[in-house]
Design a protein around this ligand. Sequence first.
Ligand code: C5P
Length: 415
Amino acid sequence: MSARLTNKRILLGVTGGIAAYKSAELIRRLRDAGAEVQVVMTAAAQEFITPLTLQALSGNPVHTSLLDPAAEAAMGHIELARWADLILIAPASADAIARITQGIANDLLTTLWLAAAGKKAIAPAMNQQMWADAATQANLGVLRERGVAVFGPASGLQACGDVGAGRLLEAVELAECCAEQFNSGLLQGREIIITAGPTREALDPVRYMSNHSSGKMGFALAEACVEAGARVTLIAGPVHLPTPDRVHRVDVVCARDMLAASEEAVAQALSRAGHINTVFIATAAVADYRPAQVADQKIKKGEKDDTLDITLIRNPDIVATIAGLNPRPLVMGFAAETQSVENYATSKLFRKKLDMIACNDVSRSDIGFQSDDNAMTVFWPEQDHLGRHELAKASKHEIARQLTHLLAQRLGARA
Ligand code: C5P
């Protein structure tokens, strides 16, 4: 099976060693699998392979210095560290391994390593004696304990003529190892239905009412749920986004179609997996109202008409309808608010009988609607209080992955 890294941001650290040439092939494999790649090279790595080669292959400027004002102005090192979903050092020399174990930050790569919040991995490559040395093995033990994934090394003939452990894994294997970092299996056996994007409510054959929802959060969630092992149906309003791998997508236009598609998908999921294993997630920004009448022909403006009256009627509440089913799936809603975010969100949680609600403040321009980033607080009712979890500002993909963990927890609590 080929590796799947769609939309993953990988920061590849290349350190000095003969295996550095393999990083060129690795970048290709990571990009073929859908990842975005930024490369950081140590000074020693540049003795083995040029930044120009890795820049051409990654499609991004290669980062080499902590003190380069131009690079800092383009993307500061802390920003770069935060950008990464995964930081992988491949090849990781014995020296780099020792430095990251100690928390030394004396070059760009080790500084980024310390500042990175996402997943961390190393692919060691060195002489077999250096690999076997007690110092290297002790460092590896410490890193593993801290949750760092160690890919390889493989055994075999080494560049120096020795035979033994210490060869860098092949690029294909490394790309596969990276993909595995994102496959948690947390939602294995679950059926998940997600609504996403805006709805469009027709006024006449050429006009409609809608909103600015991009659908990015729902699509990111669909992708994260599939990666976590779930079977996912994504019911999408009109958006300009590609369908994530292995996601079953149903396109709809208006709220009533979205409701019908949701009811059908939920009924099928319930019959396949049972209510305990079914989840409905409503990220869609459904229009609350629609024009009471859709004109058959384009509405004409009269010469003297300065105003036009349109009567709107209420659309069905999709998430509340699904939450009203019996038996019902676990239901999660979203609340985009511009004020009193928490109060409105929690009152929606109870009024719509949801199991969870994720709320964010769309008055902030750096997160929410059209943005690639989001930050939210998730609430759920516990026996005698309200459970709550804050998700700090991160890419919608990262937020989505964190939501899969919360979902898995709530599903566990429900069983
Ligand atoms: O009431 P409000 O629109 O703020 O509630 C937000 C939540 O309800 C979201 O999860 C949204 O997808 C869902 N919703 C719905 N159908 C509607 C309105 C909102 O599913 N007609």
